[in-house]
Design a protein around this ligand. Structure first.
Ligand code: GLA
Length: 376
């Protein structure tokens, strides 16, 4: 599908992300600790001289789409909506976009929880901002990505993935306060330990609908808590004490979801302290606690993810393990001693294959720079 003779004016690398801890806290205005990884979607872009015709080719799907900037409507083809959504929302901020040709090639495993969607959205927004010198700042591009996902793809995601994909710095994690986007870069000094992702290679179809339901459960709980505590605008302001005192107002499920979110926010802060003190054992224990909450209270795990986390508990070389991202499949993130990786991967793959008859994929993730230009 490569356009013969396609000479891009600009090449942009847009990374996937990992999240060390702080899951399902972003849309509750809480804390997260993500960073970009050394796997990217590459965008090759060129202005084509037309005022409004855009051609985007995905080398992975072997598909091409053509859109007119004057007629940006939802498509029935899933991947096209990421692109159309970005164009639509970019246009709300600038009249400067014109016709372009774009080739996309992904080095990110799709549906594995490393947010290929945010990489897709933000890479295009970032690339067009550069190509047409729109002058939009990074925060606008991040929000354009998120809005594309809300309005065109249909997932009411938080801001973590887009923020991490664009803003990350090599060797650091971002402690992001999703209430106001205040952020701090935390050095990831892991010594002899590495970040290993194990990909379950399952992506349960519940994922999107259940994601939106979790968000709704939290938001409806906040509405109820507001009746007696009008100062509460999100679960961020709810303490464990307030939750206990208000238990009778909430359904058991609402209570359970809120309890998880409040505890997870606290764990993010404890995890940062552990990292800053070089205490990786404590950090790992917090990862395990996070998984327990996601699996039992928030109920967004699945048997394949639980199996991998349980398996790791019997191996001293793994300090911590948890499901990562929205859930219902995708990857676990593991902190593992560098010398143990080969043997561990061998053992866990065999056990996983025997339990589910599914091949396990793995890769090491290096905390990396956010979206950047490869060639201008
Ligand atoms: C997905 C969403 C994020 C975040 C995570 C869960 O990746 O896109 O906004 O909510 O799930 O932490």
């Amino acid at each position: 599908m490569e356009h013969s003779g396609f000479e891009p004016d600009l090449i942009v690398a847009s990374p996937g992300r990992i999240n060390l801890i702080g899951e399902h806290t972003d849309y509750n205005k809480g804390f997260v600790l993500p960073t970009a990884i050394d796997k990217y979607i590459i965008f090759k872009l060129k202005a084509n001289g037309s005022p409004s015709t855009c051609t985007i080719t995905s080398k992975d799907f072997l598909k091409s789409m053509q859109v007119d900037l004057g007629h940006l409507e939802k498509s029935t083809v899933a991947w096209e909506n990421f692109m159309i959504g970005v164009l639509y929302h970019l246009k709300q901020h600038s009249n400067g976009i014109q016709g372009f040709d774009c080739e996309i090639e992904s080095g990110l495993p799709m549906g594995s929880g490393v947010s290929s969607s945010a990489a897709l959205e933000c890479g295009l927004a970032f690339g067009l901002n550069e190509l047409f010198q729109l002058g939009l700042d990074k925060e606008v591009l991040i929000k354009v990505g998120q809005k594309a996902e809300h309005d065109f793809v249909g997932t009411k995601c938080g801001i973590m993935d887009q923020f991490a994909s664009v803003m990350s710095k090599a060797g650091k994690a971002i402690l992001l306060d999703c209430k106001n986007l205040d952020h701090q870069y935390i050095p990831l000094t892991l010594g002899d330990y590495k970040i290993l992702l194990l990909n379950t290679n399952v992506s349960h179809s519940l994922a999107d609908s259940q994601y939106n339901l979790r968000r709704e459960a939290c938001e409806s709980a906040v509405e109820l808590l507001k009746e007696t505590h009008p100062e509460v605008t999100s679960l961020r302001e709810v303490t464990q004490g307030l939750l206990e005192a208000s238990k009778a107002k909430l359904s058991p499920i609402q209570y359970q979801r809120c309890a998880y979110v409040i505890a997870e926010n606290h764990r993010v802060q404890q995890a940062v302290t552990a990292l800053q003190n070089g205490n990786l054992e404590d950090f790992g224990a917090l990862m395990y606690a996070s998984h327990e909450g996601l699996s039992k209270e928030y109920e967004v795990s699945c048997k394949e993810l639980d199996f991998l986390v349980e398996f790791s508990k019997t191996h001293k070389s793994v300090l911590g393990s948890r499901m990562m991202g929205g859930g219902f499949g995708g990857c676990t993130i593991n902190i593992i001693h560098k010398d143990a990786i080969t043997a561990y991967v061998d053992e866990v793959s065999t056990a996983y294959q025997a339990a589910f008859n599914i091949n396990l994929d793995y890769f090491e993730a290096l905390p990396s720079e956010g979206t950047h230009i490869l060639k201008a």
